[in-house]
Design a binder for this molecule. Structure first.
Ligand SMILES: Cc1cc2nc3c(=O)[nH]c(=O)nc-3n(C[C@H](O)[C@H](O)[C@H](O)COP(=O)(O)OP(=O)(O)OC[C@H]3O[C@@H](n4cnc5c(N)ncnc54)[C@H](O)[C@@H]3O)c2cc1C
Ligand code: SF4
Length: 565
């Protein structure tokens, strides 16, 4: 890349190469825009940069475990279930990128080309009309400026390209998508599904919809992606490209158009605003290695640095016109942050179907769509929760004895009982008191640290209790025994679904973005990652970010062509 202003001028700039940013970049490149994709982390090339993908357990120094010293130095990231010796290189270490916890918040990050798309659990569900209507119905947070019908065609577009496995379940609270064949439920999961169907009119157990290719279509083959082999080593990077990641799918696709310039190790400092033009002109970047400051220019800028970092970049983008951050006329930038509650889980055992077991692996499990307060307020807490559900049967090894006896015992394991498990995925209410802001301390690139002040409230505690009661009842009705509930008491954040701070809305007085994800007061800057979310509902959010990114990018291209940006 040269040094003249021409070399640093593009048709569009996208900040962040993760799930949402790579979708925006792909759409721009396909529509003919010369696009700069800025990424603060190192490059990760599909297949070549998956160093642990094919390693066997004994090839890891610690057999995949995390040494005590690493845990001590990184108390937050080492809590993440997907963090291990095999995935360490894709996670941000606490001690390398500090942040300020005004209240405890476990912030899980992936700074590299592809962002967290390499690490995610790939669960993908559409929102329904009830989810978009939620805030208007109960009056908490502001009304969404769109409804399901506005986003529906974009869900279809991203599902077809990404490859989503799922059944057409015909449930109005969780609309069907354009699916590849689902991963089947096992015998006890099917039994639970039938038991729930007998006992409840509005509760369902379905196969967890997930971004895995189970029957490659021509569009997937063209991307160089193949059928999932059920290895379930996904978080190491999948050499087959069978699950959706930016690295396997959207980025190489954008590269093929000849319109993409990908610039890793480029830490975005701020978005630049020109008062005379009344719009943003470009982006200021600090080179991660040299610490040089460089400016890039474009008429359209998408901020997709993942929810909190997007807030950080906008808060740090100050000018005479916007002294408190870009687009922040109402002082609400950084506020009304929300997340998902993953604290509650429940387990049990099943004594039936003893002649059956499970074989092989499956990169998803069962899913129970939300059933509380969906159509109307019916409990003494607001909103609701979805739940994961899984059943499994494992070999139990007898470790008694010594020498030959121990060997014989170990070589002849007995099949244990069926174990069943569920975890909640609850919606929290966005509140002004849950916020992120700039701290006075700066990082090594001269950018203020982010300060996070987010907590649970009374509504959340009631919801957790309701999950225990309802799921406990459902387990009891199915005849599960030894049922135990567990509140992990974990701090917010480990759900890795933080959202809000730059929310969409109808009114510029109470929101930052309009229905096209444009800043109300700076129309050529768009936000389509989790920061844009007005409310969280209970679905895993990334599919919705992808759909927003594709929709807004195509709108931006049309507006650009009309001369409106
Ligand atoms: C273990 C795990 C499991 C998950 N499971 C699921 C799941 O099942 N379903 C689901 O929907 N979601 C899941 N998620 C969440 C999902 O990964 C995120 O919702 C998704 O990646 C968000 O996309 P994004 O584009 O906003 O951010 P990311 O994918 O994180 O990408 C943001 C990118 O921006 C870059 N960046 C940040 N700051 C700057 C800057 N200043 N300058 C330049 N670049 C910058 C980052 O380095 C990163 O590459 C999971 C996440 C993890 C870690
Ligand atoms: S389970 Fe599928 S997507 Fe995951 S690593 Fe294996 S082949 Fe790849």
């Amino acid at each position: 890349m040269g040094n003249s202003i021409n070399d640093r001028t593009f048709d569009a700039i996208v900040i962040g190469s993760g799930i949402s940013g790579s979708w925006a970049a792909k759409e721009f490149c396909e529509r003919g825009l010369k696009t700069l994709l800025l990424e603060r982390g190192k490059d990760v090339k599909h297949i070549k940069d998956y160093p642990t993908a094919n390693k066997l357990p004994y090839e890891f120094e610690y057999r995949g475990n995390i040494p005590l010293q690493v845990r001590k130095e990184n108390p937050v990231v080492t809590k993440c279930y997907a963090y291990s010796e095999a995935t360490d290189h894709f996670f941000v270490k606490d001690n390398e990128h500090p942040y300020v916890q005004e209240k405890p918040f476990d912030w899980i990050r992936g700074y590299q080309v592809g962002g967290k798309s390499l690490l995610w659990a790939r669960q993908t569900q559409r929102w329904s009309q009830f989810d978009f209507e939620g805030p208007a119905r109960d009056g908490f947070a502001v009304d969404w400026p769109i409804r399901y019908k506005d986003i529906k065609p974009w869900y279809t577009k991203v599902e077809k390209f990404s490859g989503i496995a799922g059944d057409k379940d015909g449930i109005d609270v969780l609309p069907d998508g354009d699916f590849l064949p689902a991963f089947p439920l096992n015998a006890v999961e099917k039994y639970f599904k039938e038991s729930i169907a007998k006992s409840y009119k509005d509760r369902y157990v379905i196969s967890g919809r997930c971004a895995h290719i189970t029957d490659p279509q021509p569009t997937h083959t063209e991307q160089g992606r193949a059928k999932c082999q059920h290895r379930t080593l996904c978080e190491r990077g999948c050499p087959l490209g069978s699950y959706f990641s930016s690295n396997a799918s959207t980025i190489p696709w954008a590269v093929k158009t000849g319109n993409l310039t990908l610039r890793p190790e480029s830490v975005v400092h701020s978005v630049m605003y020109d008062e005379n033009k009344g719009k943003a002109t470009g982006v200021r970047v600090i080179d991660a290695a040299t610490k040089d400051s460089i400016e890039f220019y474009a008429p359209v800028i998408f901020v997709n640095a993942a929810a909190f970092n997007t807030n950080l970049i906008l808060l740090n983008s100050t000018s005479n016109r916007f002294p408190n951050g870009l687009g922040n006329d109402n002082g609400l930038l950084g506020k009304y942050v929300a997340f998902h509650i993953y604290r509650g889980s429940i387990s049990g055992e099943f004594e039936g179907l003893k002649d059956l077991t499970v074989e092989g692996r499956r990169p998803t499990s069962g899913y129970i769509p939300r059933f509380r307060n969906v159509r109307k307020q019916e409990t003494d807490f607001l909103r609701g929760y979805a739940a994961g559900f899984g059943a499994a049967r494992h070999n139990e090894h007898n470790t008694e004895g010594f020498g030959l006896t121990l060997k014989q015992n170990m070589l002849n394991p007995k099949l244990g009982p069926w174990k069943v498990h569920s975890h909640m995925m609850g919606e929290t209410i966005p509140k002004e008191s849950n916020y992120v802001a700039l701290d006075t301390k700066k990082d090594e690139w001269g950018i203020p640290l982010i300060k996070i002040s987010v907590d649970y409230d009374y509504n959340d505690e009631k919801m957790i209790q309701d999950y225990f009661e309802q799921m406990g009842e459902m387990f009891n009705k199915a005849g599960f025994i030894n049922v135990k509930t567990r509140d992990s008491q974990q701090a917010p954040g480990l759900d890795i679904h933080e959202m809000g701070g730059v929310r969409m809305g109808r009114d510029p007085k109470t929101s930052l973005l309009n229905k096209w994800n444009q800043l109300h007061s700076c129309k050529n800057v768009f936000v389509t990652d989790g920061a844009c979310m007005t409310s969280t509902s209970t679905q895993n959010p990334s599919l919705t970010y992808m759909a927003f990114a594709a929709r807004a990018a195509n709108f931006a291209v049309n507006e650009l062509k009309k001369g409106n940006l």
